[in-house]
Design a protein around this ligand. Structure first.
Ligand SMILES: NC(=O)c1ccc[n+]([C@@H]2O[C@H](COP(=O)([O-])OP(=O)(O)OC[C@H]3O[C@@H](n4cnc5c(N)ncnc54)[C@H](OP(=O)(O)O)[C@@H]3O)[C@@H](O)[C@H]2O)c1
Length: 277
């Protein structure tokens, strides 16, 4: 597993992490097992959110006894993100996760509370050691400008945004903005949230050829392609899927492979607004 500095935090974080959306009571046992197998294989960045319901307790069960291995991220819902509400929401997430701190705490998307309030809540949580850093999610470059103007440089750890082979909009302006300002880009739904290119599609065939040439799986090729620009957080409730995904952390694609993938999954025009799930 390769690691990379995570924005302005002084932390190196695994380039392939683990999501937890839609982990619930029906798949608890396999999800816990998948998260643990993923940790064993180096996918130590684990993403969750208060919005994901049962996922926080499931992540808590998976990391019990191994907290120090994990770069643990959760998110506050916009309608809870007043200054005081952010602090209360964080305390609830900590209790559900069975831990005393988050490595990073994100605003899930922009809502109606002024950013000043949410950021003041985040900074208070940092002062009290409840979170070690904070970031944002689903922010376009204008949102990021606003957050930077309020917080100052070196405060926004990351921006978590939609990123998969068929949805590369963040490459137009969000990734360049984040690179300029030392903000980590975390790509969510790297498999299109279950809508992965079919093997019989033109893109699926290119993935299969590159995978065969590199002795890798098609999912590993997709993750390695995205990890060129971003940390990625695939979700797997199946342990076999988790192991497969972790293999992408060691896969190095050559320039010819990147060129073929760029052609098979074109960037497209810059959309008016940032796509999100
Ligand atoms: N900030 C935001 O607004 C936001 C929005 C969406 C998602 N997220 C985060 O990003 C994470 C990932 O996104 P996502 O959950 O939408 O979807 P995803 O990771 O793009 O896709 C998940 C699907 O892919 C399957 N899968 C995973 N690894 C596989 C493999 N190696 N082979 C075959 N199938 C595989 C999973 O199956 P199994 O589960 O059966 O293994 C699941 O059906 C979320 O869990 C969440 O933490 C954040």
């Amino acid at each position: 597993m390769r690691f990379r500095p995570f924005g302005s935090t002084a932390r190196d974080v695994a380039i392939i992490g683990q999501g937890s959306w839609r982990m619930d009571e029906r798949n608890r046992a396999s999800s816990v097992s998948a998260l643990r197998r993923g940790l064993d294989a180096g996918m130590t960045h684990i993403d969750t959110a208060e919005m994901y319901g049962d996922a926080e307790p499931i992540v808590g069960q998976a990391i019990a006894g191994r907290r120090d291995e994990v770069f643990l991220v959760s998110k506050v819902l916009p309608h809870n993100a007043s200054r005081a509400g952010t602090i209360v929401a964080c305390e609830r997430s900590l209790a559900r996760l069975g831990t005393d701190r988050l490595d990073c705490y994100l605003l899930h998307w922009r809502g109606s509370y002024p950013l000043e309030e949410t950021i003041a809540g985040f900074e208070q949580l940092v002062q009290h050691g409840k979170i070690l850093s904070w970031g944002v999610s689903n922010f376009d470059e204008e949102d990021l400008d606003e957050a930077l103007a309020i917080a100052g440089s070196g405060r926004i750890a990351c921006n978590q945004v939609l990123y998969h082979l068929d949805e590369r909009a963040i490459e137009h302006a969000v990734i360049p903005w984040c690179d300029r300002n030392d903000v980590a880009v975390v790509g969510y739904s790297p498999f299109g949230s279950g809508d992965f290119p079919a093997p019989s599609s033109p893109g699926g065939r290119v993935l299969a050829e590159i995978a065969a040439a590199h002795g890798a799986s098609v999912r590993q090729v997709a993750l390695a392609a995205l990890a060129r620009h971003a940390f990625v957080i695939p979700k797997a409730s199946s342990p076999d899927h988790a192991i497969d995904n972790a293999g992408a952390g060691d896969l190095l694609l050559d320039e010819a492979a990147f060129a073929r993938l760029d052609a098979a999954f074109p960037l497209g025009r810059k959309p008016r607004s940032l796509p999100m799930i």
